[in-house]
Design a protein around this ligand. Structure first.
Ligand SMILES: [Zn+2]
Length: 498
């Protein structure tokens, strides 16, 4: 058995019962399992780190914590930035301290990428003072307008719908600095494009260089980790999530949002021109950014119109509630995608594809679709048995045999691992036929999505229009920045030539 110290993580979507399970398991460990004196819970929810605002952040009321200590919760001010790297450092400290007390750290929260970076060190880009050769070279070759843009990147990604030129310019800049990565993002996906540009700014390296570097170092886990994925069928979970939004409103959600709005608009907190200063502006180090931190909670922006209106109407209120419910369901979908597409592949890769039950990082899906008695048998009892075997270094049950849902959700396609495969995986191409405005090229993912697009009615209509125009001056020539490969439907082109 490995010398790594044991931890337990509980992942899953919002509203599925992670906190409840963590407290129940902590109480079980406190009864004494293999000499451990108990457990402490370490929060891995990026909203629950903020102080107060217990309703909007869904904190477990202290009375329901049954005396189990909760760490890294309730200690940041609204609007204060707290990012993954800081949390990982704080979590490591809390874990060390917990182990020294002969207790088990249980890391619980919906911010799965925090948990992932805690489990696997050396996967976060580190700030760099010097530029890599390739980035230095690319910057030297930037035309003035792109250089100017790079030196003053916008604070927030522009909307491609309202500012297509800005979005295209950012994509052109990324293409000039890191073409393989630029090809992975649609120019409309300004968040992704900006994210990659920020990585270049912060690390001095091209994201593709980082992918290649990381692929050379194996994923080595920091702890022996028992990972629980608490899961509920989305159709059933969604009803629960809707009901929770209604409950949150009854419990005073709007008062909290009003309070947050008051803090955000108090003159002491905002800079004179309303622009949030960057970290380089020393006079503004204490500035608060009202687009980060707790201000990203679902509910805050959804109720903006209602609370900003002089005569708030029932209709606006009802629509805010609907939007908050929709936002919550979308969030839970994104959480499942992350677990399936990022966390599981990383865990399986670190485990070396061998026997799951004997692995360093056993991962179990517990089915919380049904509550009540089913919770006790499908979640709690199974969880307790697995914890007991894990802490005793005993043979564990095969995770795929736990339930039908476990087999279904834990079985994933093997993800590409080589840097070339990763970089090629989401490559976008431009469809000439469907690009109606050359300044806004129509892009689609290469591979099966391109094949599906090629057969779509829209594409065939555009392609046949091209055919009719054959012989006439083509005024819809694609002027994408030349680096993006464009794809011409071979068949249609052939027909148009005939
Ligand atoms: Zn097309």
């Amino acid at each position: 058995m490995s010398n790594l110290r044991p931890i337990i993580t509980i992942c899953g979507t919002t509203g599925v019962g992670k906190s409840k399970l963590s407290i129940e398991l902590a109480l079980k460990i406190a009864q004494g399992i293999h000499g451990w004196r108990g457990a402490r819970i370490i929060n891995a929810d990026s909203m629950q780190v903020y102080t107060g605002m217990d309703v909007i952040t869904n904190k477990v009321p202290v009375a329901e914590r049954m005396g189990v200590e909760h760490l890294l919760m309730d200690f940041k001010q609204p609007g204060e930035q707290y990012v993954v790297g800081q949390w990982v450092q704080d979590a490591i400290k809390a874990i060390d301290e917990t182990h020294r007390m002969d207790m088990i750290p249980i890391i619980v929260g919906g911010t799965s990428y925090w948990i992932q970076h805690l489990m696997f060190p050396n996967r976060l880009p580190t700030p760099g003072q010097t530029l890599s050769d390739s980035v230095a070279q690319s910057i030297a070759n930037l035309p003035p307008e792109l250089l100017e843009l790079f030196n003053a990147l916008p604070e927030h990604p522009p909307s491609a719908a309202s500012h297509p030129q800005d979005a295209m310019l950012l994509h052109r800049l990324l293409t000039a600095l890191d073409e393989p990565v630029a090809q992975r993002w649609h120019w409309r996906d300004t968040r992704k494009v900006m994210g990659s540009l920020r990585v270049i700014k912060d690390t001095g390296k091209a994201p593709s260089e980082i992918i290649i570097e990381q692929s050379k170092t194996a994923l080595i886990p920091r702890y022996r980790t028992l990972c629980f994925w608490l899961y509920a069928e989305p159709s059933i979970l969604n009803e629960r999530l809707d009901a929770r939004v209604d409950d949150m409103i009854k419990e005073g959600l709007l008062n909290e949002i009003k309070e947050l709005r008051a803090i955000a608009s108090s003159p002491a907190c905002s800079s004179p021109d309303g622009v949030v200063a960057g970290p380089s502006d020393e006079s503004a180090v204490q500035q608060t950014d009202y687009t980060v931190g707790i201000y990203q909670s679902i509910g805050y922006k959804e109720f903006h119109d209602y609370l900003a209106s002089a005569e708030p109407s029932e209709k606006v209120f009802a629509s805010a509630v609907e939007q908050m419910k929709y936002g919550t369901r979308q969030y839970s979908k994104r959480q499942i995608r992350w677990l399936k597409n990022k966390l599981l592949p990383a865990i399986y890769s670190a485990n070396g594809g061998g026997d799951h039950a004997a692995a360093l990082l056993p991962v179990y899906l517990l089915d919380a679709t049904e509550l009540g008695d089913q919770w006790t048998s499908h979640v709690l009892n199974q969880g307790e048995r697995i914890v007991e075997a894990f802490l005793g270094n005993e043979t564990l049950v095969d995770p795929l045999l736990l339930s039908e849902r476990a087999r279904e959700m834990l079985t994933i396609d093997v993800k590409p691992t080589s840097p070339t495969e990763i970089l090629r995986a989401r490559k976008k191409v431009v469809c000439r036929a469907c690009t109606l405005d050359p300044s806004q090229p129509f892009m689609v993912e290469d591979g099966s999505q391109w094949e599906a697009h090629r057969r779509s009615r829209t594409h065939r209509r555009h392609a046949s229009r091209d055919k009719k125009m054959h012989g006439q001056p083509v005024n819809r020539r694609v002027m994408v920045h030349s680096d993006i490969p464009s794809k011409v439907d071979a068949e249609d082109q052939h027909r148009s030539i005939v």
